[in-house]
Design a protein around this ligand. Structure first.
Ligand code: ZN
Length: 279
């Protein structure tokens, strides 16, 4: 299923995208698309049995929120694409690089990105987001994908000056409000053929800057879910953002960054597209 949350910020309602691509309301069927739901197989089975055509249509122009409420933590993976590690002049990591990103950075897929006070080097990063569906503690690589509920597009907006020039850790540059647009949809894992074979892209001010595939990941989704679970318990509704490919502002020659008024469009095949304006 493709889940959405629609409506005004802080008052989003649950919905889904039907097979024809129309948005439908799930109000009255579930209170929200949240961490409780993604861990509740009975309710998910009940929703899957609904006839989408029987659900009320929601106008396509309705604002989308982050498609999952109650995200407990966001775990980022750094330098996880071969081509991005090369453009950063970094060695291929021997183990996944992890950072935490504040949940207050979450916003809807098409909300404005607000440059923080003193921003100098705010950068774009299209990423595959992975939502956990079952409590995962020290799980094996072989079992790891069975703990994944689904996938989404995540934009890991990053202020490089705060990330790299203000002392450890990366968290400083990753956590500003509006620095984590998620969506448009949360797609359940069974509806995705192969999370390691998804074209992904990012256009800034109408120019394609990132164009790659999740096939270029250094550590696969199974690798990172297993790896992270050996350092912290992953809970239903936790979000892992799995790294970005080459073509970020930091990797341009010379580097350049987002400025007020820029439009950023980014997407991943089967998971939809986001568009933000820099404010
Ligand atoms: Zn990132």
């Amino acid at each position: 299923m493709k889940f959405v949350r629609y409506g005004e910020p802080g008052a989003e309602r649950p919905g889904l995208i039907d097979p024809a691509g129309a948005m439908r309301s799930l109000e009255g069927h579930v209170p929200d698309i949240d961490a409780g739901l993604v861990g509740d197989s009975q309710t998910l089975a009940r929703l899957a049995a609904l006839d989408p055509a029987s659900l009320p249509l929601v106008p396509a122009s309705t604002r989308l929120g982050c498609p999952l409420a109650g995200i407990g933590k966001i775990v980022g993976v750094g330098l996880n694409y071969h081509d991005h590690a090369r453009e950063c002049g970094a060695a291929i990591p021997s183990e996944p690089i992890l950072f935490l990103k504040a949940t207050t950075s979450l916003c809807g897929p098409n909300d404005d990105i607000r440059l923080p006070e003193g921003a100098e080097k705010t950068d774009w990063e299209v990423e595959l987001g992975v939502v956990i569906g079952r409590t995962a503690r020290a799980v094996s690589r072989e079992d790891a994908l069975s703990y994944v509920f689904g996938y989404c597009v995540a934009h890991d907006v990053s202020e490089r000056a705060h990330q790299l020039e203000r002392g450890g850790q990366w968290t400083k540059g990753k956590s500003h409000d509006t620095f984590c647009p998620v969506g448009p949809w949360l797609v359940s894992a069974e509806d995705l053929a192969d999370p390691q074979d998804l074209p992904m892209w990012c256009d800034v001010a109408g120019v394609r800057r990132q164009s790659s595939s999740t096939a270029d990941m250094i550590f696969s989704v199974a690798d990172v879910v297993s790896y992270i679970s050996h350092f912290m318990t992953l809970m239903p509704g936790d979000l892992i953002i799995t790294g970005t490919p080459a073509g970020v502002g930091l990797g341009q020659k010379p580097p350049f960054y987002l400025k007020r008024g820029d439009t950023v469009r980014l997407g991943i095949a089967e998971l939809g597209e986001q568009q933000q304006t820099v404010a």
